[in-house]
Write a protein that binds this ligand. Sequence first.
Ligand SMILES: NC(=O)c1ccc[n+]([C@@H]2O[C@H](COP(=O)([O-])OP(=O)(O)OC[C@H]3O[C@@H](n4cnc5c(N)ncnc54)[C@H](O)[C@@H]3O)[C@@H](O)[C@H]2O)c1
Length: 376
Amino acid sequence: MKAAVIGIGFIGAVHIEQLRRLGDVEVVALADRTEPEEKAKQLFVPKGYHDYKEMIDKEKPDCVHICTPNNTHYQIAKYAIEKGIHVLCEKPMTYTLQEANELRTLAREKGVIHAMNFNYRFYPMAYQMREMVKNGEVGNIYTIHGGYLQDWLYFDTDYNWRLEKEASGASRAFADIGSHWIDLVEFVTGLKVVEVLADFATFHKTRKKPKKSIDTYSGMSLRPDDYEEVPIDTEDYAAVLFHMNNGAHACCHISQVFAGRKNQMTLAIGGSKCAVEWDSENSNSLWIGKRGEANQIYAKDPSILAPKTAILSSYPGGHVEGFADSFKQNFRQIYDRIASGKTGEYGDFETGYREMYLGEKIIQSAREKRWISVDE
Ligand SMILES: NC(=O)c1ccc[n+]([C@@H]2O[C@H](COP(=O)([O-])OP(=O)(O)OC[C@H]3O[C@@H](n4cnc5c(N)ncnc54)[C@H](O)[C@@H]3O)[C@@H](O)[C@H]2O)c1
């Protein structure tokens, strides 16, 4: 199968690496608005295009990976789908809910495979929680809590396109990282959110924008006269309460300005039989909390995992798997679907739409300072 990747910043390069681990997929080309040929050379990709449309038309890949800023996902996905090409899109799916709705309808009509990169689903020990919930080990779910913390936007000199509403969308912290958290909650528990109450905060009301552009996580250092002061109108922080469709209560704490937490997603589920807790910064184990006996630490080891989890683990126990591996597992299921129609558990454009829809309700709740019901 032939893949092409659009947008080679932080995550596009990860896509290329992880596609190569599949073995039956060749990365035939990439497209980027800046330095496409240099990027292709660096990553050993045969061709680099400036214009993704030209790349799609000339290379006719089986699948395109959309790894560009959020405000471009819609137009790129639409172009590819209309040409009958399968699409794997980064989250959040689109800039507006309306665009996500249009794309999911178009993808259905054109019969292409449509997928999102909700990669957290495929960390083995996160998936193991899903298996434990499904087979009744956790019991009835009472509570769900956790969050997603980062510090790469901690200082007012930290800058990225995500801070600009025109590129990122109406929500920043929740759409960017909270979308992963709530997708994982619904995926692992099998429950649905029915109501939300959100509180947003922007601690840096202005930031120092570099006069030249910088890639995500590139850590470029700039001098004072390289900056201009700009107002910030998206949230650094989101706290959200959720009511779930079984009566469970959930809450999350999402922040891009929490010092020392580089990229930490946590999910804790309190059930009637036990509690389980997973931390992405210590992702190869699971904490299991018990009332009447000793608590446990469940180490990732395919020989003792649920059979469906074991398939998601490429290495034996003690051999750490993490961020990049979760991409590989997600891509494996998507390309199996492309190759043979085998169904997978990856998020698709219906999932992408749902996260956009929940995001809209959360933004509305934060703005109106009240509970908002989720009808879909
Ligand atoms: N699943 C995950 O864990 C994860 C992690 C990081 C980012 N993301 C998502 O991936 C996307 C990209 O994020 P990033 O951090 O890699 O950003 P980035 O700024 O590091 O890279 C974006 C790249 O896209 C290029 N680009 C912009 N517009 C383009 C266009 N019209 N055509 C071709 N190239 C274009 C830019 O030149 C840049 O190289 C975002 O939607 C983000 O939310 C997902």
